[in-house]
Design a protein. Sequence first.
Length: 244
Amino acid sequence: MSQNRVYIHEFVYVTGHNRARYFQHITANWSPIGQEERGQLCYGIWGTVGSTARWPEVINMWEYRDWDHLADTFRIEFNHPTLQDPSLVEWWAAAEKLRSGGWDRVLIAADYSPGIAELNAAGVNGELYMHEIYDVNPGESRSMLELIADVAVPAYRAHGAQLVGSFRTGLVDDRECVVLWALPDWAAWARFETAIDTAVELRSWRERARRHVRRTHRCLMVDSPLSPLRTGRQPQVSDRRPLD
C-alpha cells in the first residue's frame, strides 16, 4: 500500500485560545496552497486531549509520494536567503500569532499503511483517535511494524479500534514507531482502556511488544473541522474565511 510514502508529522504548540483559529489557518489557508504548489496532501489535523498530552496542542500530518517528493518540497521552502518560501510571508506572519513552536518528525509508512485517499475511499474515521509513540530498541522499528500488523491490528480491532496509519520514524536509527487508531466514540475508548489490562489478546500483544519497546505513550486526539478524515476530502480554497 505505502509505495514508499513519507510524512511530515508535527506537534504544534498553540498559544492561548488560538487552537480553533490555527485549525482554520493550517487547513483552509495553507493546505490548498501546499496541494497546488507542492503536491502535498493533508493527511490529518487534530487537537490533542490535554489530559493525555501537552496542551494546548495540534498534531499535523502531511503526505508525500516518496523521498524525492519531500526533498522537492524542502527545496521550495529553504532555497531562499530567509529559509522561507517568499509566497508564504503573509501566512507565516499570521501563523506566528497563533503558535509558539513545535516538534516535527519524518515518518515512513509501513507497507500495509493506507494513504489518505485510501482512507477517505474506505470511509475510515472516528469520533476520536489514539496516537501511540513506541520508543523501540535501535534497529528494531521494522520488526515492530511487522508485529503491529500481525498482532496489534487484530487485537485492537476486536476491541473497537481501527488502524489508521502505521509508521517508523526516519533519521533516528530505526528506533521509533508511530501508530494511529480510530475509535467510533468515547464509550469505545473507555471499553478499550478497560480491556487493555484484562483481555487476553491485548495483554499478549503488550507482552510481545515489550521485547522491542523501551517506552510507550498513548494520547487521544480529535479531528479539526476540515481534517480529511472528518470531511472525506482535502481542504479547498472555498473553505477559506477570515480568522476570527
